[in-house]
Design a protein around this ligand. Structure first.
Ligand code: CTP
Ligand code: CA
Length: 224
């Protein structure tokens, strides 16, 4: 069993990881989504488990398999993802990797929206979703180490620093998700680790390698 190999610096630690996109229903047959594959989040959940952590992965709809050695909870909507995360508390580590939809359709109905001849397209009224990372970062049962991602297409570091503060995170993994980078849905990632101590730019790596390094950094930060 591969999971039994290597040092276990996170033995006895509980971790919560979110991964994938969320799907926000418009009606029973349509939804709003984004391009997240879940690869990076799932790899992080597996990497934490490999270091001995007891991991709960709360995953949006993805096409990849549940990672080995991890408790995986499947959800669709942001509100369900928040419920799954809160139910997994208390924890020592939270790594919020999911590309949570910022908005849901406020008016999502129980019936399929029909075309009406001669009428304008239906307006979609949006409502803001709960911010899961921010909720965890300011929670009474806040995990000792709270890690977020910052998916940006411009001013990556400045935006990451702002998210670090606003969301109450210890680390923000910042990446440029512009289409030209191929990161969204791809197998590689190019990230910078932003903390109150500064910025550490990592080289372009396979997402599994980013996950292994991040898990090692988390173990180092938590200490024995
Ligand atoms: N996040 C979250 N819940 C949300 C939105 C974001 O938990 N409703 C988390 C993401 O999982 C990520 C971090 O917050 O760890 C940053 O997500 P991002 O989309 O970059 O930030 P937002 O605050 O949504 O800001 P914006 O999309 O406007 O840049
Ligand atoms: Ca967002």
């Amino acid at each position: 069993n591969l999971l039994d190999e290597g040092p276990k610096p996170l033995a006895g630690r509980r971790a919560i990881v979110t991964s994938g996109p969320t799907h926000e229903p418009i009606d029973p047959v349509r939804y709003i989504a984004n391009r997240s594959s879940g690869r990076q989040g799932h790899a992080i959940a597996a990497a934490l488990a490999r270091l001995g952590a007891d991991v709960t992965l709360v995953s949006g709809p993805v096409e990849i398999a549940d990672p080995a050695g991890v408790r995986t909870i499947h959800v669709e909507r942001a509100e369900e993802m928040l419920d799954g995360v809160l139910a997994a508390l208390p924890a020592d580590i939270a790594v919020m990797v999911a590309a949570v939809a910022d908005w849901r359709v406020a008016t999502a109905g129980g019936q399929k929206i029909k075309k009406k001849p001669g009428e304008a397209p239906p307006p979609l009224q949006l409502a803001e979703n709960p911010d899961i990372l921010k909720t965890i970062g300011h929670h009474a049962q806040r995990p000792k180490l709270v890690v977020g991602f910052a998916a940006e297409t411009q001013e990556v570091e400045a935006n990451a620093r702002e998210k670090l503060k606003r969301k109450g995170a210890d680390l923000i993994v910042a990446n440029d998700v512009s289409p030209k980078t191929g990161i969204m849905g791809g197998s590689r990632n190019s990230v910078s680790i932003v903390s109150k101590d500064g910025v550490d730019a990592w080289p372009d790596l396979d997402k599994n390698e980013v996950a292994a390094r991040l898990a090692a950094l988390i173990a180092e930060r938590l200490g024995p």
